[in-house]
Design a protein around this ligand. Structure first.
Ligand code: ZN
Length: 156
C-alpha cells in the first residue's frame, strides 16, 4: 500500500467510526432514504437549504464502514455548495467510481471524496460507496428542479 492509499484508508476509517455528520438536523427541508440491499446499508439524508445553497446536511442510519464514511465525506464535500455544483460533483464521483475519464480539475472538486477512488477495484463495495450519492441525486431530482432553488423560499 502506498502512502496516499494509507491516508485515504485512514480518512475512510475515521469517518466510518464516529462521524460528526451522523445526527438529526433541527431544521429539515428535505429528507430521503437510501437502501443498498446487497450489503444491508440504510441511510436517511437530511438537508437544509438556503436559497439554492446546501446550508446543512446530516445523516442517520447504519451499514458497513464504506457506506457510512462515504455518506459522511459526501456531506463534508457538498455542504455550502449550490445545487448545481452538487449535481456536478455527484456526477464526477459516480464517474470516478465507474472509471470514466475525468480531468484532474474535476477530480479536485471531490475534495476528500477522492479517497474512494480505489473502490472501483472492489466491485462488491461499489454500491456501498455510491449509496449516499445516488440518494442525494434522487432527493434533488424529486424536490429541487434545476434552476428553481427551493420552492418554499421566501422573497428577499
Ligand atoms: Zn455496504
Amino acid at each position: 500500500m502506498d502512502e496516499l492509499e494509507q491516508v485515504y484508508n485512514e480518512l475512510i476509517m475515521e469517518h466510518s467510526m464516529n462521524s460528526y455528520n451522523k445526527k438529526q438536523l433541527k431544521d429539515v427541508d428535505f429528507s430521503e432514504k437510501g437502501h443498498n440491499p446487497n450489503c444491508g446499508d440504510e441511510i436517511t439524508l437530511e438537508i437544509k437549504m438556503n436559497g439554492d445553497i446546501i446550508e446543512d446536511m446530516a445523516f442517520l442510519g447504519h451499514g458497513c464502514a464504506i457506506s457510512q464514511s462515504s455518506t459522511s465525506i459526501m456531506i463534508d464535500t457538498l455542504k455550502g455548495k449550490t445545487i448545481e455544483e452538487a449535481r456536478g460533483i455527484i456526477k464526477t464521483f459516480i464517474g470516478m467510481i465507474k472509471r470514466e475519464k475525468i480531468s484532474d480539475e474535476e477530480l479536485e472538486k471531490l475534495e476528500d471524496a477522492i479517497a474512494f477512488k480505489n473502490i472501483a477495484n472492489m466491485p462488491a463495495r461499489v454500491k456501498c460507496a455510491l449509496l449516499a450519492w445516488h440518494t442525494l441525486e434522487d432527493m434533488i431530482d424529486k424536490n429541487l428542479e434545476q434552476g428553481n432553488g427551493t420552492s418554499n423560499c421566501c422573497e428577499n
